[in-house]
Structures are given as C-alpha cells and as structure tokens.
Write a protein that binds this ligand. Structure first.
Ligand code: SAH
Ligand code: SF4
Ligand code: F3S
Length: 458
C-alpha cells in the first residue's frame, strides 16, 4: 500500500541563534505528527515565521512577510490545499493579539515558552483561526521536547547549538528580551548532558552552548552544590567526539573565575569570545543599566587574555542611545581601539515600546546615529581585516562543515570563527591543518597542509 505523502513544514527564522535552535525543536515536535521540513514555502502545509522583536525593523519585517505568506495561502487554497500560518518567536510573545488583528490570515500565535504544545495548538487552529498562546506555562518545555534522530541531527550539520539557559533578568533599559523570553531560567545539567551526548553520538563535532545570558547558567553539580558554566563546559568537553566547544551570548558581569579558567584549561574551548559591551562611555553604560563600567570591561579582557593570549574578541555596540554625546561616542571608539576586536555587530539604537529607554526625552536624530554608525563600522571593519590578514601564511586547524558555493569547494571554520574556503576534496566533520593563502571579504582561503588531525568517526 502506498504511504500518504508526508505533510510539509516550512520554518523561517529571524534574530538570534536561539531562534535557530527553537526552529529545530519545533520541527522535532511536529515530526511525530507526520511533518517533514521543506525549503520551499509554496509546498508547505504549515508555515512558521519564527520572529525577532529586538529592533523595530526586525519586528516590522514580519508583517511584510505575512503579506506574502497570505498570498501564497490564497493560491494554495485555490488549488485545494490548506496552509496554516503560525507566528512564533519574540514578536509573537510581545504582540500576541495585535498580530491577529493586523493579519487576520494568521491561524496561530505561539510564544517561545510553548513550542511543546504545538501539536495541540494546531488542532485547536483546525477549529478556529487566530489561536493565541503566549502564557508562561508551569511545565518546562525542555522536559517535553523530544530529542531528534541521529540522522536528522547530522543532516543539520557537524556544528550544533544547544540551549542551556533562556531569558534574562538584567533589564538593560533598551532591551525587549526580558519581556519576550521571560525570567532567566537554567536548564537541568543532566538534560543538557543527555542532549550533548545525543549530538555527539550522531556525529556532531562542535557544540555551541547558547543562552540570552549563557554565562548566568547555574545548575546542580555532582555533589549537590552549585555548578557554573565553566564546570558545565568541562563536563561537555569530556564527551567523546566533541572536538570543539563555544558559548554565547555572555554578559560581562557573569564572567566568573571558573569560566576564565575554562579558557585556560579546556583545549576544546575555542579561543573566541563574544562579549557585548554596548558602549565605551560610563554615563551611557549607567543609563543602559548595564551594571558594569568601561574599566570593568577592560580589566576583564585583560584577565581573559592573560590566560588565553590568542583569544579573539567580538562584541555588540549600540550607537545613538538617548543622551549619547559626541564625547560618549568617542569613548566607544576609544574602547574599540584599545581592545581590538576580531568582529563586532553594530546597531543604531531602536526605540522599543515598553522599555525604559523609550521614555527618555533626549532621543538622538537619525543623521547623527547614521554618522556614528558609519564611523564605528569603518573602525571595526579595519580591525576585522587586520585580524584576518594576520592569518595569511599561518597553518591553522579547520573544522570542515559543508560543501562551498562553487563545485568542488569545501567550507570550514577556524578556531576564531572565520569561514575558510578550500578547493580540495574534504569530509564534513574532519579537522584538518590548513595553510591560509589569501583573505576574501568575509572568508579566508587556504590549502590542506597535512594529514587530518581529528577525524569524523561515523
Ligand atoms: N543578551 C545579549 C544580547 C541580546 S540582543 C547581551 O546581553 O548582550 C543582541 C544585541 O542587540 C544586543 O547586544 C544589543 O547590542 C542589540 N540591541 C538590543 N536592543 C536594542 C535596541 N533597542 N536597539 C538597538 N540595538 C539593540
Ligand atoms: Fe537584553 Fe541586557 Fe538581557 Fe542582554 S543582558 S538580553 S541586552 S536585557
Ligand atoms: Fe530577537 Fe528574541 Fe533573539 S528578540 S534577538 S529572537 S531573543
């Protein structure tokens, strides 16, 4: 007997790595319901937009995308197929009912804490359009979400994200995350280790532990005490097959001694740290409620560099925060010059409804924000280029990830998160020494300079 065609699921994610991870968990929870993922929205029975609310532009994108999805739904309807439109992620959490009001074609709005309820919610959406679930439920979604199959895990790549912490209690005055993701919650150590082992057994070689404040993670240790991220990294590093470890995103206030020591002691922990500072001005840091000074940040960098001199640093910056003077901005430029970053994300301050900074009167004119953004971007781009150029002629270990864009090409990552392009046959999951021969705009080019150092086993 022919099996019925599987139903198709299309998920589009915006925003941070946690949304990438969540998209995979949503696919896993719908797999037992008979859904397989597709890359083609037009053939999907369910379209999930996994949204981001961090800046105004990100949030508005959702509504223009919903216009397109609605047209697609109409066309499929005319051909006799139903499509359910789901809005998930942080816009879903922040705007809930407003989404259904502005886009009546939406069948379901589901917040990030409720993905384990998707099968049930979709059944409700069969009965009526505009189902909304943005509660913060008492049950823990992580204890309900299934582990994916080994085949599915490896198909997603040899480098995987693993959420260990979610939410934020820091309440920076510009930021929506404490409202969209809720209070800071750490996942249970055993559940994290189980998931990490599952990834390793499937053939994953690199795990990035993720959380909105990943270094605020804490859990029970083996002796009933409190364990911190440094100790957790040590336990994940001990899992056979895991060759590389990373974590993101960290808050400078939560970089404790055990985490700094992990950078000294764990060879699997890659020498790259994304540590957002946002501004180099103490008065702006204070107005942002970051609870650290410029000097605290610089001293922290010194501590980390003292134990891991080859560490590369990246950061996030906001320019044009309310009240930011030319002098404040110059302090930011000066901090960037002092630290020297391998990469950085730079943003113009975006007013977010409901956050304390949106109430501040000294908003900065757009043209000033633009000028500051360009100046900062130029400085950061020059630093990034110099950092990349310094690898030319060196031999570095590259974790091979996937075929490159051109036929015969392969793509991998350096320990410092640089994309490395190779024009030679490779195998995903191998770590190979590569001599860097040239730098491109966003990548390094190289050739294999010796035998595989650490092989993909499965
Ligand atoms: N948890 C991380 C980052 C969260 S959001 C941290 O604490 O640093 C990612 C980045 O978006 C932030 O670091 C910040 O630079 C930027 N961002 C957040 N809210 C913003 C806003 N209202 N306007 C502009 N950029 C913002
Ligand atoms: Fe937002 Fe600040 Fe929390 Fe980061 S620490 S998620 S910027 S409130
Ligand atoms: Fe965006 Fe939510 Fe991540 S607002 S940055 S998707 S936590």
């Amino acid at each position: 007997m022919d099996r019925p065609d599987p139903k198709k699921l299309f998920v589009k994610s915006y925003g941070c790595q946690m949304n990438v991870y969540d998209a995979q968990r949503m696919a896993d929870v719908l797999a037992p319901e008979g859904f397989v993922e597709t890359q083609a929205m037009e053939e999907a029975d369910i379209v999930i937009l996994n949204t981001c609310h961090i800046r105004e532009k990100a949030a508005e994108k959702v509504y223009s995308e919903l216009g397109r999805v609605r047209e697609m739904k109409k066309a499929r309807n005319a051909a006799g197929h139903d499509t359910k439109i789901v809005v998930a992620g942080c816009v879903a959490q922040a705007e809930g009912v407003e989404i259904v009001r502005r886009s009546p074609a939406v069948d379901l709005v589901v917040g990030p804490q409720n993905y384990h309820r998707l099968p049930d919610l979709l059944k409700q959406a069969e009965q009526r359009r505009g189902v909304i679930d943005t509660d913060f439920p008492v049950e823990d979604k992580f204890s309900v979400l299934p582990l994916p199959s080994a085949k599915k895990t490896l198909a997603r790549g040899v480098s995987a994200f693993l959420t260990v912490q979610e939410g934020c209690d820091k309440f920076c005055t510009f930021c929506v995350v404490p409202y969209t993701r809720g209070a800071e919650v750490s996942r249970d150590t055993d559940a994290i280790l189980r998931e990490a082992r599952n990834l390793a057994e499937a053939g994953v070689r690199e795990i990035t532990l993720i959380g909105q404040n990943v270094n605020a993670w804490h859990g029970a240790d083996e002796k009933g005490g409190v364990s911190t991220l440094g100790a957790l990294l040590e336990r994940v590093a001990a899992i056979p097959g895991i060759a590389r470890l990373r974590y993101t995103t960290s808050h400078p206030r939560d970089m404790d001694d055990s985490l700094v020591a992990a950078h000294r002691d764990l060879p699997q922990l890659m020498p790259y740290l994304h540590l957002p500072v946002q501004s180099g001005s103490d008065s702006i840091l204070d107005a942002m409620n970051r609870k650290h000074t410029r000097d605290d940040y610089l001293r922290l960098i010194d501590r980390i560099r003292a134990v891991r001199p080859d560490i590369a640093l990246s950061s996030d910056f906001i320019v044009g925060f309310p009240g930011e003077t030319d002098r404040d901005f110059e302090d930011t430029m000066d901090l960037v010059r002092q630290v020297g970053f391998a990469a950085a994300y730079t943003f113009k301050y975006s007013e977010r409804p409901g956050t304390p900074a949106a109430e501040l009167t000294a908003q900065i004119p757009e043209h000033v924000k633009n000028d500051r953004l360009y100046a900062l971007q130029a400085l950061v781009a020059a630093q990034q280029k110099a950092f990349n150029a310094a690898t030319v002629g060196k031999t570095i270990d590259v974790l091979i990830e996937k075929p490159g864009r051109d036929p015969g090409q392969w793509m991998g990552k350096s320990p410092w998160l640089q994309a490395v392009i190779l024009d030679e046959p490779c195998r995903a999951g191998d770590i190979v020494p590569v001599e860097i021969t040239a730098i491109g705009t966003n990548s390094l080019h190289g050739r294999i300079a010796g035998p595989v150092r650490s092989a993909h086993l499965s």
